[in-house]
Design a protein around this ligand. Structure first.
Ligand SMILES: Cc1cc2nc3c(=O)[nH]c(=O)nc-3n(C[C@H](O)[C@H](O)[C@H](O)COP(=O)(O)O)c2cc1C
Length: 205
């Protein structure tokens, strides 16, 4: 039995391709492995930006925190607990201005927490959320996996780095790319993602 956490973040609602394929993966993994599924829709319910209350609160002893600091730290802790509880994490992101949607960045700002999800020792940073499987779905209007725009991929590469930094290194990536490059390119991108998702689900069985 697995616990699956699906995180969606696109502001494009029902038109979101990253949410569509992320949901397909999460529901497909659940159908194959059984278990429970939690959905965190960061577009519908955005987490706030991090605040001084959070930054100061997390380096203040619990009994010395102001009420505002306690609320901020407890909220971040609840996001971390949700993440820790998952065996499988499905993260979906659609490119906005060459990067990730801002609510997803705000979520990472809460859960990337020294001493909690990563630590430093003599060998440098060490991710603490180990032993989890991650499926990452990234969508973009242009093509970034290769070609002239590859140097401007501040979405997929950044997400892979952030995930790895907190210990989430076992990542299967599905890209849905080139969807604004005409109807044929969009069709090919969607068909490619559909095939990639089916291949991953077969592996997950
Ligand atoms: C506000 C906005 C900004 C976007 N910026 C970019 C961009 O910088 N580069 C790009 O290739 N596509 C960009 N796109 C296109 C989206 O990345 C594309 O529609 C993708 O499928 C979005 O993910 P989703 O389908 O999960 O919503 C943008 C779309 C929107 C709505």
């Amino acid at each position: 039995m697995s616990h699956i956490l699906l995180i969606t973040s696109s502001p494009r609602g029902d038109g979101s391709l990253s949410a569509r394929f992320g949901t397909q993966i999460a529901e497909g993994v659940q159908a194959r492995l059984g278990g429970t599924l939690t959905v965190r829709d960061l577009a519908a319910n955005p987490v706030p930006h991090i605040t001084p209350a959070y930054i100061h609160g997390r380096v203040t002893a619990p009994d010395a925190r102001t009420p505002e600091q306690s609320d901020a730290v407890n909220f971040a802790q609840s996001l971390v607990e949700e993440l820790k509880a998952a065996d499988v994490i499905v993260l979906s992101s659609g490119m906005i201005n060459f990067g990730l949607p801002s609510p997803l960045k705000a979520w990472f700002d809460h859960v990337t927490w020294p001493g909690v999800t990563f630590s430093y020792d003599g060998n440098g940073p060490k991710g603490l959320l180990t032993g989890k499987k991650v499926y990452l779905v990234t969508a973009s209007g242009g093509v970034f996996a290769e070609g002239p725009y590859a140097p401007f991929d501040f979405q997929t590469n950044y997400l892979l780095h952030l995930l790895g930094f907190i210990g989430l290194t076992d990542v299967e990536l599905v890209r849905v790319e080139g969807t604004v490059l005409g109807p044929d390119a969009e069709k090919a991108a969607v068909a490619g993602a559909e095939a990639a998702v089916q291949a991953l689900l077969t592996k997950a069985a």
